[in-house]
Design a protein around this ligand. Structure first.
Ligand SMILES: [Zn+2]
Length: 386
């Protein structure tokens, strides 16, 4: 089973000591950038993290913190390598940084009398912060745009598997973010709010880019316009993330309350890579947040001790759950064409029913199926995980 982690965030303001640490990390990162590319240029040699880790360090930072800075440059390099295939515009990490995040691990982290002590290099004092939680396995200090924040990572032991054997199928999509079916009940996560945020995001991008293009290159106004665009887009991204969290938490806790033990998620990962739906269609499809939704549902379900399985999804929205015949309905209702079958249900739920049936290898038990229940985004949707 995959390891589970959770992160506590704590805003810690802004002091000279924090600045000095972040600047030391930035200096070190910049040195890595300079030396790495210089060696590529002069010697045609691509260094590895372990070559630079022993060589470039900062006296202000803990030895492991220095290593973490070097490693994060190489992580960025690796992700550029991976992305380069699909995205020809991807840039390798070449920019120097004035400030950079600082990480602490293992022996550099200690808790004493309600304070978190984060050890630094020989020439600097530890960073000490009031602390109400246990000892984390890793801490990172980053900048949130206004002040520093600590992100403390904890390992979580998932609760043991329960005795229930209820299975729910989940169908991810665009019209509906997710539809679940557990044998009797169908729950629908409405995707309308997410879609409208996406539309706004695209519009904002286009509008702001056009505005930036009208400003002279290198001018103060252009720089301010770029900053404004980043700020506005970051806000929309936060709203999106918030809505996705609330909706997915709601679905997972609903399933948990009903005693669902296994969640089967329809795997639509290969749809995105192969199909071509034209410019607008592609944009819509590629911006489907189903990857994020799948990820959120997966870890939230695991946190509650449920098992999560990915199942291939072929024609699951078109096949009749009762007799297997394929047909694509026009309206919202799925009405099987097979005269002997006569299956009728809301089309939205058919995908989830089929995903579940495939996993449990059972035919459909018609009869006790209730109409779908819809869940819509509400700004103050409470979502304490049950
Ligand atoms: Zn049928």
């Amino acid at each position: 089973m995959a390891r589970l982690y959770t992160v506590h965030r704590l805003k810690i303001g802004h002091t000279e000591q924090m600045d000095a640490l972040a600047r030391a990390a930035g200096d070190l990162y910049s040195q890595v950038v300079v030396w790495f590319w210089r060696t590529v240029r002069h010697k045609d040699l691509w260094l590895k993290a372990q070559h630079l880790m022993r060589w470039l360090t900062s006296a202000l930072l803990h030895a492991h913190a220095s290593d973490a800075v070097v490693q994060s440059f190489f992580a960025a390099l690796a992700s550029w390598h991976a992305r380069r295939e699909e995205d020809p515009d991807a840039h390798p990490p070449r920019r120097r940084k004035r400030f950079y995040r600082v990480q602490w691990k293992g022996s550099a982290i200690r808790i004493r009398n309600g304070f978190l002590h984060l050890s630094n290099g020989r020439t600097s004092a530890p960073l000490v912060v009031p602390w109400q939680w246990d000892e984390p396995c890793q801490v990172e200090m980053g900048w949130d745009g206004k002040q520093y924040e600590l992100r403390a990572t904890y390992r979580v032991e998932p609760p043991p598997l329960g005795s229930h054997d209820l299975v729910a199928g989940i169908d991810l999509g665009e019209v509906h973010l997710a539809v679940s079916h557990d044998g009797t009940t169908t729950t629908i996560l409405n995707g309308g709010y997410i879609r409208s945020l996406r539309r706004y995001q695209n519009k904002l991008k286009g509008k702001r880019d056009a505005y930036i293009d009208r400003k002279k290159k290198g001018s103060q106004r252009r720089r301010r316009a770029i900053q404004g665009k980043k700020r506005r887009l970051a806000k929309v991204a936060r709203q999106l993330k918030d809505a996705l969290h609330k909706l997915t938490t709601k679905l997972v806790s609903t399933l948990h309350q009903r005693g669902v033990q296994t969640v089967v998620i329809g795997d639509i990962r290969d749809i995105r890579q192969t199909a071509d739906h034209g410019h607008t269609g592609n944009q819509r499809l590629h911006q489907m947040p189903s990857g994020i939704v799948r990820h959120m549902l997966t870890y939230k379900a695991r946190m509650l001790g449920m098992e999560v399985v990915l199942a291939p999804e072929h024609y699951t929205t078109q096949s009749c759950p009762a007799c297997g015949r394929r047909y694509k309905p026009r309206g919202r209702l799925y009405r099987c064409r097979n005269k002997q079958c006569g299956f009728v249900f809301h089309w939205d739920g058919v995908g989830a029913i089929n995903i579940r049936n495939k996993y449990t290898a059972s035919g459909l038990v018609v009869g006790a199926m209730a109409s779908p229940i819809g869940v819509r985004y509400q700004p103050h949707l409470r979502c304490s995980a049950a």
